[in-house]
Ligand binder design. Structure first.
Ligand SMILES: NC(=O)CC[C@H](N)C(=O)O
Length: 303
């Protein structure tokens, strides 16, 4: 398949949508990003990367990092993580508190903030330095040693982090957080602040398309483990829009409020798209439309 021509067609098709929606306003450092940007990249399993638009521009990966943190926590600590976090869609906004009390401090899934805090807590216990471990992993998988934290975004999240702090303290009251909450929040905010381009993210996500094999050919996850993460991405990766995303795109995907989305075609390729304007559920308007075009034009969905 000529991925380059395909990407150019998609870019032209969705051009009218670039700039629609609004960048995340609750994190001030993200609110000022120019919404009129769009990039998209495809990394195939032979090592090629194709891209259009702003595909080499680093942006705030935000919740996309939750997939990589989950993969690491499962690879290093095994399935006991699932005793502390579920695998069901929440049907609620990503930063919602409402289910936690009547579900005894067990978050619905690892991709809403509450669940991601549990995953980072687990990774912190396993490694002693969750955010640095994650950064190192992302550098290795993307092949880009320049991937780094954005200190301004991390500080902005910390200063406006009451909701995440509330989630973490509330889960700690149920015994579902092992580390001191301030240290956990620190690692979580640094994790969310990691800056990557579409090219970096498409490369870094290839282990999900390669059934668990890392960039260097070693195994991170079993074939079944990779399938399981892809399945949770499909059902929970875009929060309370996961049903709509599956309907339109038909691929496992994980979004972030920086406007990025990573999607996986198992056995074939990984896609990353970025455009900062978000819809009301926190997913990139032009990004979802571009992935919708991709599966519509190619038939490469999991269905
Ligand atoms: N959906 C997201 O990307 C949310 C991540 C953001 N850092 C938060 O914790 O609120």
């Amino acid at each position: 398949m000529d991925y380059q021509r395909l990407l150019e067609r998609i870019e032209a098709d969705i051009a009218p949508l670039v700039g629609s929606g609004t960048p995340a306003e609750y994190i001030p450092a993200l609110a000022t990003v120019d919404p009129a940007q769009f990039g998209m990249a495809i990394a195939d399993l032979e090592g090629n990367v194709f891209g259009v638009g702003d595909w080499r521009v680093p942006f705030s990966a935000q919740s996309i990092t939750k997939v990589f943190a989950l993969a690491l926590a499962l690879a290093e600590g095994g399935d006991s993580l699932w005793e502390r976090v579920g695998r069901e869609p929440s049907g609620n906004p990503f930063n919602s508190l409402v289910q936690l009390e009547y579900e005894n401090g067990i978050p619905r899934n690892p991709f809403i903030n509450a669940g991601a805090l549990v995953v980072t807590d687990r990774l912190q216990t396993l490694t002693g330095d969750a955010s640095s471990e994650l950064l190192e992993f992302l550098r290795e998988e993307s092949g880009n040693p320049e991937v780094g934290f954005d200190a301004e975004v991390a500080a902005s999240e910390q200063e406006n982090g009451d909701r995440n702090a509330a989630l973490a303290h509330f889960m700690a009251s149920y015994g579902n957080i092992d580390n001191p909450v301030p240290a956990l929040l620190d690692h979580y905010f640094w994790q969310c602040s990691i800056e990557m381009s579409c090219a970096d993210l498409a490369r870094a996500g290839r282990f999900l398309a390669r059934h668990g094999l890392r960039a260097d050919g070693t195994r991170l996850l079993t074939r079944s483990g990779a399938k399981q993460i892809n399945a949770v991405m499909l059902t929970c990766g875009t929060y309370d829009a996961a049903g709509e995303f599956a309907y339109r795109v038909g691929l496992p995907g994980k979004s972030g409020v920086g406007g990025g989305i990573v999607a996986v075609v198992p056995g074939r390729c990984t896609l990353a798209v970025w455009s900062p304007g978000l819809d009301s559920q926190g997913n990139s308007v032009a990004g979802v439309a571009a992935l919708d075009r991709f599966t519509t034009l190619t038939g490469l969905s999991v269905f």
